[in-house]
Design a protein around this ligand. Structure first.
Ligand code: MG
Ligand code: ZN
Length: 222
């Protein structure tokens, strides 16, 4: 009997992720790994964000879901090319499956790719996909204790988007707690409060992403 430990699997994943990152970087494609729970509002956020980005660069989206192509269809409906990955039960994307999506895109055509990961606040954090930055979306409805309870998800995040601010008046949610927990776990993290539904905070997030990409292109940030 052979036992292959998770550590080895992750090491193999890291090598493929580095390869993805090299391909993306060579083509000047700034790539975002967007993570968060099911229902955090990731796809709705993309629907609000992409029309703003569209006038400044050409973007594509890779959608990760266990089943269905619903999310990719929503992205295509706003005129953004997308690739739907179905993981057939797997609860996260890995670098290998994202590499297959990259094969199907003409990378030279895009300035930015956003990968919407499978909705999951746990193991998605452990898999480098070859992205340049990570953006975690947390819905206000998930509760203010999530950063503290799922630290791995937040400690490697470049940005945290607290989504569904339009629901603040209706729920018992303390954004201050989320922000202080996030700053403790990831001092460099940039925190946004937004509502994909009302449009609140979306432009600020879009500008930040474009600025991040610019700094990356100029070699100011890795
Ligand atoms: Mg989605
Ligand atoms: Zn998983």
């Amino acid at each position: 009997m052979k036992i292959i430990a998770a550590k080895k699997i992750l090491k193999a994943n890291d090598q493929i992720a580095e390869n993805n990152r090299r391909r993306l970087s060579q083509n000047g494609v700034f790539t975002v790994n967007m993570l968060g729970s099911p229902g955090a509002g990731k796809t709705t956020l993309l629907e609000a964000l992409l029309p703003l980005l569209k006038s400044r660069l050409s973007a594509a989206v890779i959608e990760g879901d266990i089943a269905t192509s619903n999310d990719a269809e929503r992205i295509e409906a706003i005129g953004i090319p997308s690739v739907q990955l179905n993981t057939d039960g797997a609860c996260h994307l890995d670098a290998n499956i994202v590499g297959l999506a990259l094969d199907s895109l003409d990378l030279g055509n895009y300035g930015m790719i956003i990968v919407e990961n499978v909705g999951n606040l746990i193991c998605t954090a452990g898999f480098d996909l070859g992205e340049h930055i990570r953006v975690v979306v947390l819905s206000a409805t998930e509760g203010a204790d999530k950063v503290e309870k799922y630290p791995a998800m937040f400690q490697n995040a470049h940005a945290l988007v607290i989504n569904k601010t339009d629901l603040y008046p209706h729920i018992d949610f303390d954004p201050g707690r989320v922000m202080s927990d996030a700053k403790r776990i990831a001092p460099e993290v940039r925190i946004f409060q937004a509502s994909a539904r009302s449009g609140d905070g979306i432009a600020v997030l879009g500008e930040w992403l474009l600025d991040k990409r610019e700094r990356w292109l100029q070699g100011i940030e890795k």
